[in-house]
Design a protein around this ligand. Structure first.
Ligand SMILES: [Zn+2]
Length: 639
């Protein structure tokens, strides 16, 4: 049995990991950035934004602690005396405080709080991380196991408009135009570098992962938000944009706008709006001057919005805050399941009023041990098609894919096969929800997201094998069944959508193909209730659960009909005819007798996987998979 997920001990997020003393911070030569910096800093009170708008690109400059950065700046500033030791008064108009450290004396890296929140959440949710190599053990130092992570950063999109306004102000109002200052390093880039670097100091097993993420990758989502900024910027942009630049659709559309997770506020400055404004500012002198004027007005008002625009921004001194959400990419397990119960739906079936129909579902039975092992709270089973609750699934089983969302533990790279084999054994052990041995899983292995599409398409299923226990209202001998059913090959049946599924399927008549039929275990019951002769060979093991002596009392003929059909054929209707909606039917083929279906088993599913056919090996001995042997005795068509 798999052990429940146990979180590995994580290093405490604080105090800071001991790092070697960093080399002195070197600033680029001041000639090209100093003039712009001197104009910007007194307004923004943000060293990093003033540097990046002035055209400084050095990554290390931005990632240094506030204390180190200021220490490096002071000698360079020379005659330009700025009180860099004075505490920051307000929140930066450009980065909304994300690049400012309120305490100018602190020596902690940028984004320390956010990284601490990420590490705490990893710890709290109990994600099992790769074990670090033991210190000092030379043989394991280089084979440290790594875990990929993807950092998702969401910032107010209008920050790009604010950056643009500042650049336009430098160019049109201050007349500082430098080719290097026309571009800039964005707030988002700096935050990303800072978080990634700082996070890896705390959890060295984490490495940035490529996109799209592989199963098991950690998703670290940070979303920064400052109440009111988006709405104010949007209103302002609408007031300055010339009419011919406005794509009405982008501005007016109020539905389908992404809402911000933390605030549930509608995002008004969408990426479309932002790119239109910036595009206009690039090509239109008037727009450029309008944006520059906006920045200038705000500067004069100490970056306070005017009364008529102001509304949403309650407190200009409150920086943007982050919400942190750590999840793990789903893992996928594929396999085949067999179901021996006639009271078990594939997925939970609730009647009105929340009453469960049938026993625990196949999904719940398979999920139970996987849930316990992986720590996931959300598992979804996708079957390649499904059988009705009262239909057994025998033969080679039905292909399925189990999606394990946000798993705390995932199979390891080197021991994954054994771990998955142990999960299969745990599912098949007759314990918990599976104590009656109703479900058996085979060929369980790791899969990926691509299988989801194949499962959902349903087109993966090509052919299906069935065994049906049939009753017909009349005495019928083996010869009639042979002539009426067994000699028919590739029989085309016209099926009008069955009454029982009409509420969810369109009313259509579709041709379906019955490839082959074979009858066995024929039993006649006389009018007086006396049992007649039996024909055909003794029923195979699959007939256990097919014939019910107590039930087969009504006068007529009972037999087991084996079918191989195209996927999508309605078997119940093919047997009883669905009041003439399926033509021909079993009854009509043997002389217009009344026919009914007493029990149905799926005995094989032929699927197409990733373009390749996978044939059901009908003769395969499967007893060592499940131990019950009930699925043995498969059909042989050419017998
Ligand atoms: Zn800033």
């Amino acid at each position: 049995m798999a052990e429940p997920a146990q979180p590995q001990p994580l290093p405490e997020p604080l105090p800071e990991p001991t790092q070697p003393e960093p080399p002195p911070l070197v600033l680029p030569h001041g000639d090209h950035w100093m003039p712009a910096f001197q104009r910007l800093y007194p307004m923004l009170e943000c060293v990093r934004c003033s540097l990046r708008m002035a055209g400084v690109w050095y990554r290390d400059v931005f990632l240094a602690s506030e204390k180190r950065l200021r220490a490096a700046m002071l000698p360079v500033l020379g005659e330009f005396s700025l009180d860099l030791e004075k505490p920051i008064g307000g929140v930066c108009f450009l980065c909304l405080g994300m690049l400012q450290d309120a305490d100018v004396e602190q020596d902690t890296p940028l984004m320390s709080k956010e990284v601490e929140a990420i590490v705490n959440q990893i710890k709290k949710k109990g994600y099992v991380l790769p074990e670090a190599a033991e210190p000092g053990n030379a043989t394991t130092t280089n084979s440290d196991k790594k875990l990929g992570f993807i950092l998702g950063l969401t910032l107010p999109a209008s920050l790009a408009i604010r950056d643009q306004a500042a650049l336009d102000w430098l160019e049109t109002v201050v007349n500082i135009f430098d080719r290097r200052s026309s571009g800039r390093i964005e707030v988002k880039d700096i935050l990303k570098f800072a978080i990634e670097r700082h996070l890896q100091q705390h959890l060295p097993c984490l490495v940035p992962a490529p996109s799209p993420p592989a199963p098991g990758t950690l998703n670290l989502d940070l979303s920064f938000w400052k109440q009111g900024v988006d709405a104010e910027d949007y209103q302002y942009v609408c007031s300055i944009m010339p009419r011919n630049y406005l794509d009405r659709k982008a501005y007016r559309r109020t539905r389908k706008r992404k809402k911000h997770a933390g605030s549930n506020m509608e995002n008004l400055c969408t990426s479309t709006v932002v790119s239109q404004v910036i595009g206009a500012a690039m090509g239109d002198r008037d727009v450029k001057e309008q944006l520059a004027g906006w920045f200038d007005d705000l500067r004069e008002n100490n970056f306070e919005y005017s009364e008529e625009l102001r509304g949403g921004i309650k407190d200009a001194a409150v920086p943007a805050l982050a919400t942190v959400d750590v999840t793990r990419e789903a893992i996928y397990l594929k396999g085949r399941y067999l179901k021996y119960s006639r009271e078990m739906p594939q997925t939970l079936w609730l009647l009105d009023g929340g009453v469960r129909k049938g026993k625990a579902s196949v999904e719940e039975v398979i999920s139970e041990p996987v849930k316990e092992w992986s720590g996931s709270e959300n598992l979804v089973l996708m079957g390649s098609g499904r059988e009705d609750m009262d239909v057994r699934m025998l033969g080679n089983g039905r292909p399925f894919l189990l999606q394990v969302n946000d798993p705390r533990r995932v199979p390891t790279e080197e021991g994954g096969e054994e771990e998955v084999a142990a999960l299969q054994a745990a599912i098949n052990a007759k314990t918990g929800l599976n104590s009656d041995g109703d479900v058996c899983v085979r060929e369980l292995r790791l899969s990926d997201r691509r299988q989801v599409k194949i499962m959902h398409a349903g087109a993966a299923e090509k052919q299906k094998l069935y065994a049906c226990r049939v009753w017909v209202g009349g005495r019928v001998g083996g010869e009639v069944l042979r002539e009426g059913l067994e000699t028919k090959r590739e029989l085309v049946v016209q099926q009008t959508t069955p009454i029982r599924v009409l509420h969810r399927r369109a009313l259509l008549t579709r041709p379906k193909i019955i490839h082959e039929m074979r009858c066995e275990d024929i039993k006649g019951v006389e009018e007086e209730g006396e049992e007649g002769r039996r024909e055909g060979k003794e029923g195979g093991k699959e007939d256990e659960g097919m014939t019910e002596e107590g039930v087969e009392k009504a006068p007529g003929t009972y037999f087991t009909l084996h079918l191989r059909t195209a996927a999508g054929t309605y078997i119940k209707e093919f047997v009883h005819g669905d009041m003439g909606r399926t033509r021909p039917s079993v009854g009509s083929l043997i002389g217009g007798l009344e026919a009914d279906l007493l029990a149905l088993d799926v005995t094989g599913v032929v699927v197409e996987e990733e373009g390749e056919e996978e044939e059901v090996e009908e003769e395969e001995e499967d007893s060592d998979y499940c131990g019950s042997g009930e699925e043995g005795g498969e059909l042989t068509w050419d017998a």
